[in-house]
Design a protein around this ligand. Structure first.
Ligand code: PMP
Length: 388
């Protein structure tokens, strides 16, 4: 049998072993249908049950209120960067704030790393008047890019009372830079808060009521690549007459997705099925509270090594240290290659930092077992001794 691999990849990433085993056991004969899930019609009763169970589990895990819709969409989280803008432009709430519907209201972006930056760029590209509330691309003290969140008194929301934006957008966990919010940013109660939770969804409890829209790609904490979950407050799906907003593609329209229960066209059936199994696994573990505890325990092990090391450095403000993606720089960068090679030889894989920033990145998603982190910290300690 193959060796136990410790997969620290940032996504697609490790999945719970037992989920893969269930999928394997059901692969050729799903729910006594005599068919694989892969072969079921998305209009079949069997798949309808999958869809309903998956949504119900997601609702339970995140305590999603009834006046929110849960959508399963395609095109990755990147497609949602555009969809968010179109949909919120079309919503009545936005029209009311922009008066005639002739001038586009500003949209506010909090920029903490690659993914929130990309989202802002996408909105700009579509013609949105993007206001950057802050851009943490250079830390004034360290000069390093995206290492934390600037003090509140340096934020600039749109409008004199900070309420003019159609929505305020941020990314809860920046997967590339390893910066995670430790709180939900306060915004004016009249604005709509939009959050990208792709890489930390279901890793801790969240108060969904604070948000107008939550979006999250599946391929980190929820399942394989291929689906993006969007949680949207139903009143934001209320429309004015089409003339007051730009037309946009049907496939990006949350209202169409909601009216068709994410079955307007063929959904990624296998991915949704697998997400459902992962949700069940999280429930069996004790839900997102248990996930948060396990994730804290994993991070604590790594933090301990970092605290006692002269080789490993986290560039991140400890307060905003991501619990999901820990970026580590070696004080002797020439040792990065040997570090990764030796890790690989011990079956510790996907530790290389994102191609845009280099370094080492340890992803600690829900499904990563504590034993993998224990193995890694042993190796890190050995390696440091060896090169000292
Ligand atoms: N947001 C975050 C926080 C991400 O980590 C990623 C992917 N790594 C994306 C958005 C983009 O997701 P996708 O590749 O599914 O478009």
């Amino acid at each position: 049998s193959p060796p136990t691999v410790h997969n620290f990849g940032a996504g697609p990433s490790v999945l719970p072993r037992s989920v893969l085993q269930t999928a394997q056991a059901e692969f050729l004969n799903f729910a006594d249908s005599g068919m694989s899930v892969l072969e079921l019609s998305h209009r079949s009763e069997a798949f309808d049950r999958v869809m309903r169970d998956t949504e119900r589990s997601a609702r339970q895990l995140l305590a999603i209120p009834d006046d929110y819709s849960v959508l399963f969409l395609q095109g990755g989280a990147s497609t949602q960067f555009a969809a968010v803008w179109y949909n919120l432009m079309a919503s009545k709430v936005v029209r009311d704030r922009s008066g005639t519907g002739q001038t586009l209201p500003p949209v506010d972006y909090l920029i903490t790393g690659t993914w929130s930056k990309r989202a802002a760029q996408e909105a700009s590209r579509l013609g949105a008047p993007v206001n950057v509330v802050f851009d943490a691309s250079t830390d004034e003290t360290t000069g390093q890019a995206f290492t934390g969140i600037p003090a509140r008194n340096r934020w600039q929301f749109s409008g004199p009372s900070g309420r003019d934006a159609a929505y305020v957008y941020y990314c809860d966990n920046e997967t590339v830079h390893g910066v995670e919010w430790d709180h939900v940013p306060e915004v004016h109660p009249d604005t709509v808060l939009v959050c990208d939770m792709s890489s930390n969804i279901m890793s801790r409890p969240v108060d969904v009521r604070r948000f107008g829209v939550i979006l999250a790609g599946a391929q980190k904490n929820m399942g394989p690549a291929g689906v993006t979950m969007v949680i949207v407050r139903n009143d934001l799906l209320t429309r004015t007459e089409p003339a007051s907003y730009p037309a946009f593609p049907t496939m990006l329209d949350y209202l169409v997705a909601q009216a068709n229960r994410s079955l307007y066209n063929t959904p990624p059936t296998f991915t949704i099925y697998l997400c459902g199994l992962v949700y069940q696994w999280i429930k069996d573990q004790g839900g997102v509270v248990a996930m948060a505890q396990q994730n804290e325990a994993k991070l604590a092990l790594l933090r301990q090594v970092l605290a006692h090391s002269s080789l490993y450095r986290s560039p991140i403000d400890p307060r905003y240290q991501s619990r999901m993606n820990v970026v580590i720089n070696l004080t002797k960068p020439e040792l990065e290659g040997p570090f990764l090679q030796q890790a690989q030889a011990r079956h510790m894989v996907q530790l290389k930092g994102h191609r845009s920033i280099g370094g080492i990145r340890v992803s600690l998603y829900n499904a990563l077992p504590l034993t993998s982190v224990q193995a890694l910290v042993r190796f890190m300690t050995d390696f440091e001794h060896q090169v000292a």
